[in-house]
Write a protein that binds this ligand. Structure first.
Ligand SMILES: Cc1cc2nc3c(=O)[nH]c(=O)nc-3n(C[C@H](O)[C@H](O)[C@H](O)COP(=O)(O)OP(=O)(O)OC[C@H]3O[C@@H](n4cnc5c(N)ncnc54)[C@H](O)[C@@H]3O)c2cc1C
Length: 389
């Protein structure tokens, strides 16, 4: 084993400078603590997966001071239309009905990650890019071993926050392989998007068509969940064949599709993890990885980060990372995390099954939801602000 070149001390070490780790670093910028962020990559950006941010996430990003940098790249969602292919029942959700200015916003993952990373770089947080964490030890203080500039180094800290997106795969308590992949792409259609997001449930999985860019641009961001084999073919087939398949799956609500670009596939799993050691906490995808069907993963992770920072900022540093401190945090996040994970999984189960009674139940459910404004508003509030205990 290579020798450790040196050990430094910090109060909090954040492992992973993706959108959730960076949001935490920003939320802790005025804590007066020594915060270190270790990110394996050397540059952010490059991942064009569309993220649907809730209105609640916008409010957090505003408080973090990054919304202004993102607003120009964010396309508002004012209406959501949900339907199932080959079945009756549909429901429309609207911002005006729910009493919100907007239901959400569509922004590229890369833009969000970059805006947050740039904001962190302007704070006193020590941010090391190209620093790959190879081990975390939950002692008191905890230790983080990382590789940087060809050397093994180490930080000790009262609290280590793992926000690596689940890359280390440590402390995983549950994995469900959905046997599905999500294909993301940009598509162009005949009609302007009018800030409507479509969610269409098909036999192979849900297909989301999200408004992307200026309304006159007729651009959409596509998230098409399907079998892994079909996803591979969708990414490599000729564009005109792709568009023919898309027409068949989505129908004519957006008019005819004329172009596709930037196809990429992501395998889908649900994963939950819980740290087995003191002085270590997991947030964002490191704690829970969700199916993208309800667009909840980052929104939930952002609330993980925000609430962790609130707890750090409101408690004595003397108890930071202690067992009781960590248990308080887990208790604080239990209801919101449980609701987000449960709701997302229920949608996948209910809408990925072509058994006739289920199709009828789905249709009836969608039709009923459409006639029950209080239930619709409850659903929108939950998806906007999360669940409270
Ligand atoms: C197709 C698709 C569509 C999605 N759509 C939505 C949506 O509409 N709305 C929504 O809210 N969510 C959505 N999500 C989920 C969302 O992308 C994730 O929840 C979010 O990216 C989690 O952020 P994170 O920072 O926790 O993890 P990540 O984004 O995975 O970032 C982890 C960071 O840690 C770094 N890292 C990893 N290992 C190490 C190491 N050993 N040392 C140092 N650094 C390390 C990585 O380089 C990376 O920068 C979608 C996901 C997919 C796949």
């Amino acid at each position: 084993m290579p020798e450790i070149a040196g050990t430094e001390a910090a109060d909090i070490v954040i492992v992973g400078g993706g959108p959730v780790g960076s949001a935490l670093a920003l939320a802790l910028r005025d804590s007066g603590l020594r915060i270190v962020l270790l990110e394996a990559r050397t540059a952010s950006g490059g991942d064009a997966r569309p993220l649907a941010l809730s209105y609640g996430s916008r409010l957090i990003l505003e408080r973090l001071g990054v919304w202004t940098a993102l607003a120009g790249a964010a396309t508002p969602i004012r209406n959501i239309h949900v339907s199932q292919r080959g079945g009756f029942g549909r429901v429309g959700l609207s911002a005006a009905e729910a009493g919100f200015p907007e239901l959400g916003y569509v922004v590229d993952y890369g833009r969000v990650a970059q805006a947050l990373a740039q904001a962190v770089a302007k704070t006193s947080v020590q941010c090391l890019t190209g620093a790959r964490v190879t081990a975390t030890h939950g002692d008191d203080p905890a230790r983080v071993v990382y590789e940087y500039a060809g050397e093994q180094r180490e930080f000790s800290a009262a609290l280590v926050v793992v926000a690596d997106g689940g890359a280390a795969g440590e402390s995983v308590t549950e994995t469900i392989d959905y046997q599905q992949s999500a294909v993301t792409a940009r598509v162009v259609s005949e009609r302007p998007h009018n800030n409507i997001a479509y969610e269409r449930f098909t036999a192979r999985g849900p297909l989301a068509l999200l408004p992307d860019g200026e309304n006159k641009g007729e651009g959409w961001a596509l998230v098409w969940t399907t079998t892994p084999d079909h996803a591979r073919r969708l990414c490599t087939m000729a564009p005109e064949i792709f568009l023919t398949e898309l027409r068949a799956a989505f129908g004519g609500r957006a008019g005819d599709f004329s172009a596709v670009s930037g196809r990429a596939a992501y395998p889908l799993q649900r994963r939950r993890a819980q740290p087995a050691a003191d002085h270590i906490v997991l947030i964002g995808n490191a704690a829970q990885t969700l199916h993208p069907v309800a667009g909840q993963g980052f929104n939930l992770g952002l609330r993980d980060a925000w609430e962790l920072a609130e707890q750090v900022n409101s408690r004595s540093v003397a108890v930071l990372g202690s067992r009781a401190w960590l248990q308080d945090y887990q208790a604080r996040r239990r209801v919101d995390r449980g609701a987000g994970i449960g709701f997302t999984h229920a949608l996948v189960e209910l809408f990925s099954n072509e058994v006739l009674p289920l199709r009828l139940i789905r249709g009836t459910g969608l039709a009923l939801l459409g006639c029950m404004p209080p239930l619709k508003n409850f659903l929108i509030r939950r998806m906007t602000f999360g669940a409270r205990g």
